[in-house]
Design a protein around this ligand. Structure first.
Ligand SMILES: [Mn+2]
Length: 267
């Protein structure tokens, strides 16, 4: 009955299987949480999605790579350099893959374990209620008739400052960037999307150094920031330990907050 949160899998299915063996994962009783970027950059995207789709107990949030794949499949974006999702695009079950991803949330807030999971982060200017509202707006756009329009609109780094009076398109784009792409952030709510390293650009800080008071009782788990490696702070775990870059895939057991790491097995 354990709950494990796993960082960015990115199609590294052999490593995922090795990690699940290491933690003695029991599909019928244990729950697998995935912090997004299930696919892309790795070789085994079909195997990864089929495995997750068949698992009886999962909690998943979408990452930027998952959304980008959905946009390619919906023909509103093209394959970019480094994208490896051709195995999904060429598969007869492509529509099933996209529809399944479209049903996954952007944020999980679990009041049993007091855990919030997002792919990239949460801006400190958002209360929990605001974060729930913005996640719901994205989830509704993805699940409904506006999916293609949403995916087409999501690309871009502007606006970078949250305001109440943004247009719907701008609000959805910035909220998606907060949830799925954010690393550095300024106290006024400005987002900076070009830096990936562990050195902050002037005036910016890692988003997780500040937190809205309404989130204080929760442990936040996230992925996305491979350059930092595994992050362990008070009530915060960053789980993208760079499997796709030849490093490790990491799992956190929620019951005792123990970390498990599996070296890349992609060959
Ligand atoms: Mn990511």
């Amino acid at each position: 009955m354990s709950h494990f949160v796993i960082g960015d899998i990115q199609g590294c299915y052999p490593t995922l299987k090795a990690l699940l063996r290491q933690i003695n994962f029991q599909p019928s009783t244990d729950t697998l949480w995935c912090a997004g970027d299930l696919i892309n950059r790795g070789k085994h995207n079909v195997d990864t999605l089929k495995f997750l789709m068949d698992l009886p107990r999962t909690r998943i949030v979408l990452g930027n790579h998952d959304l980008h794949f959905m946009a390619i499949a919906s023909q509103v974006s093209k394959l970019h350099k480094g994208d490896t999702v051709a195995d999904l695009l060429d598969h007869p079950d492509l529509t099933l893959f996209v529809d399944w991803l479209a049903e996954q949330p952007i944020m999980v807030c679990d009041d049993v374990h007091d855990v919030i999971m997002v792919h990239a982060g949460l801006p400190a200017i958002w209360s929990l209620e605001e974060a729930r509202l913005q996640a719901k707006a994205i989830e509704q756009a993805l699940a409904g008739h506006h999916r293609t329009a949403f995916l087409k609109n999501m690309y871009g780094n502007q606006p970078s400052i949250w305001r109440k009076d943004l247009t719907t398109d701008d609000r959805l784009r910035l909220a998606t960037n907060f949830f799925t792409r954010m690393r550095y952030y300024q106290a006024d709510g400005s987002l900076e999307l070009t830096h990936k390293s562990d050195l902050a650009p002037p005036g910016f800080e890692p988003w997780f150094l500040h937190r809205h008071p309404s989130l204080s009782r929760y442990t936040i788990v996230f992925g996305h920031w491979a350059a930092l490696g595994t992050v362990q702070r008070a009530n915060l775990f960053g789980l993208d330990s760079g499997c796709i870059w030849g490093r490790q895939l990491t799992a956190l057991r929620l019951e005792d907050k123990r970390i498990f790491s599996q070296a890349n097995q992609e060959g």
